[in-house]
Design a protein around this ligand. Structure first.
Ligand code: AMP
Length: 544
């Protein structure tokens, strides 16, 4: 027997319609790309999204067409999210930090019809001109006064395009499994793969993400997503904030410590979201100028592991609670959150910091398990580690245009991460599967070693990779970028690491480097380093 309730679809356009009516006091504040602060309400954003939807219809955009963006977090990007998905087309957010060949590949693979770009990225798009044959026009996200000189053909101005249109528009009543947004993974090998989110998956994810035991976004929150809208839809904040009536503060292109500090203080932001690298920049800046953040209550850190030194610095210096979260493009992205619940808050500082380095418990909707090489489920004892598999209504089923399912025959998606799960259900990422160091048949976590190394005062950034070893197969090699102008004693650093990990985990050597390579989403790019240093111990053994 079926239930008797209405089967109304879960549609992205309904979020903004709702926010405009129910949350007149909430705002969208943006640092604009042209300079200055832009401020308006959800009702204003709704009217402008409808104008843009009318403009897109006039350009001939139909349901299912892909509209790409290469843009910062701003109100115009937000309007595109709603106009495009709301009308039944697909918002394809592109990460400008991808390599030019990858950018060309994904624009062609997605068959984008129009490209919306911020002023900053016009030169980047000019370099891609040869691969834009299928793109009908490029819309620069600015007004007439700021339109750039450009060699690009079919250049349109965002404000001119949208401002003459009517703010009346009837959103279509779509099936909620209709595709809404497309985001390519920034994989370190092979071509990027597209993950195609639906209206349904986006809305359920936004419900789950805003819960108290997840990101805890609600009416009155003042949220600053530093995580880009081109990276997994800024972790869903552009949906969960209007859904709950939170004010969003968009940083535009200002991701450096000084710009962030200024925006956080002037807008009295209480919730920050972003990757560890950004927070390192912010914390360093605050130390330099001797400023304290007084409005910030929580800092959500994901994308890479949050080191204990960062968790402690936010707590002790800024009275802000780090909320460690884990997820991936394939998961929209939220999987687990280490939310500051009753148990976590009850712990003495040192134990609490240790727990906060774990990525937390699954949010309702996501199932997680760890398995060994034979696919046998491993115990939740916080010790056993294996491949992390996930299931859930906002997890990918297959990649865009792929014929094959991305799941195993039981419907689980293999995240490529290796993790432990403890008795209380807290998951901890040990490593990416390909980055784990296998020393004499035992596994060593490169992430844990990196986190301990960055706690050493003259280490700016650390990266641990496996290098081949005659006796042990592989041994850890530590690459370090020292804090500029400071000296670093290798033996002292290794002794520091030895205080926190088993002695056989301590890296066999330290190499000082000027910088480390990163992926487009700011993660350490270890592939090339592994190739460069794979014989490091073999050749030093021969040399001895
Ligand atoms: P992406 O799809 O680019 O967002 O990358 C997802 C991957 O980033 C995950 O599979 C993890 O390897 C890594 N990741 C995300 N969040 C965390 C975290 N909190 N700690 C450690 N690794 C993380």
């Amino acid at each position: 027997m079926l239930g008797n309730m209405q089967s109304q679809g879960l549609l992205i356009s309904d979020i903004l319609e709702f926010a405009a009516q129910a949350h007149p006091d909430a705002n969208i504040v943006s640092r604009s790309v042209e300079g200055g602060i832009h401020r308006y309400t959800y009702a204003d954003a709704l009217a402008r999204s409808k104008q843009l939807a009318n403009a897109l219809e006039r350009l001939g955009i139909k349901s299912g067409d892909r509209i790409a963006t290469i843009a910062w977090n701003t109100y115009r990007h937000f309007e595109i999210y709603y106009a495009v998905s709301g009308m039944g087309a697909i918002t394809h957010t592109i990460n400008p930090r991808l390599f030019p060949e990858q950018l060309s590949y994904i624009i062609q693979h997605a068959e984008d019809q129009y490209l919306f770009v911020d002023l900053t990225f016009v030169p980047l798009v000019e370099k891609l001109a040869d691969s834009l044959a299928g793109v009908k026009g490029i819309v620069v996200m600015t007004d007439e006064a700021h339109m750039p000189e450009s060699s690009l053909e079919n250049l349109l101005c965002y404000e001119t395009l949208a401002s003459n249109e009517s703010p009346e528009y009837q959103w279509p009543c779509l099936d909620d499994n209709t595709a809404a947004a497309l985001c390519y993974t920034s994989g370190t090998t092979g071509n990027p793969k597209g993950v195609l989110y639906s209206h349904r998956s986006t809305i359920i994810h936004a419900f789950a993400a805003s819960q108290k035991d997840a990101l805890d976004i609600s009416e009155g929150s003042r949220v600053l997503p530093v995580v880009p809208m081109f990276h997994v839809c800024a972790w869903g904040v552009p949906y969960s904030a209007p859904m709950t009536g939170a004010t969003i503060v968009f940083p535009g292109a200002g991701m450096d410590g000084a710009s962030l500090t200024e925006l956080i203080q002037s807008e009295q932001v209480d919730l920050l979201l972003g990757v560890p690298t950004v927070w390192l920049g912010l914390l360093n800046h605050l130390d330099e100028v001797g400023e304290k953040l007084d409005s910030v209550e929580r800092v959500v850190i994901g994308g890479s592991a949050a080191p204990v030194s960062m968790i402690e610095a936010f707590d002790k210096k800024h009275d802000a609670m780090v909320v460690h979260a884990w997820g991936m493009t394939e998961m929209s992205p939220l999987g687990t959150v280490c939310a500051p619940g009753r148990y976590l808050r009850s712990l003495p500082d040192k134990e609490r910091y240790a727990l906060q380095t774990k990525q937390g418990r699954a949010v309702f909707g996501i199932q997680i398990k760890i398995v060994d090489e034979d696919n046998q489920e491993l115990p939740h004892d916080g010790q056993a580690f294996g491949r992390l598999l996930v299931k859930g209504p906002w997890v990918v089923e297959r990649y865009y245009l792929s014929e094959e399912s991305a799941l195993d025959d039981q419907g689980w998606f293999d995240t490529g991460d290796v993790a432990t799960i403890d008795e209380r259900g807290y998951m901890q990422i040990v490593d990416r599967k390909k980055d784990v160091i296998k020393s004499g048949g035992e596994w060593i976590s490169s992430i844990e070693l990196e986190n301990v190394a960055v706690g050493y005062e003259t280490v700016q950034e650390a990266c641990v990779i496996a290098a081949r070893h005659e006796k042990w197969d592989e041994r850890p090699l530590l690459l370090v970028v020292p804090v500029s102008g400071k000296s670093l004693d290798k033996q002292d650093l290794l002794a520091h690491i030895g205080k926190y990990v088993a002695s056989w985990w301590v890296p066999d050597d330290v190499v000082l480097v000027e910088s480390l390579p990163h992926t487009a989403t700011g993660k350490l790019l270890k592939k090339d380093l592994r190739e460069t240093y794979q014989d490091y111990f073999l050749s030093s053994a021969k040399a001895m």
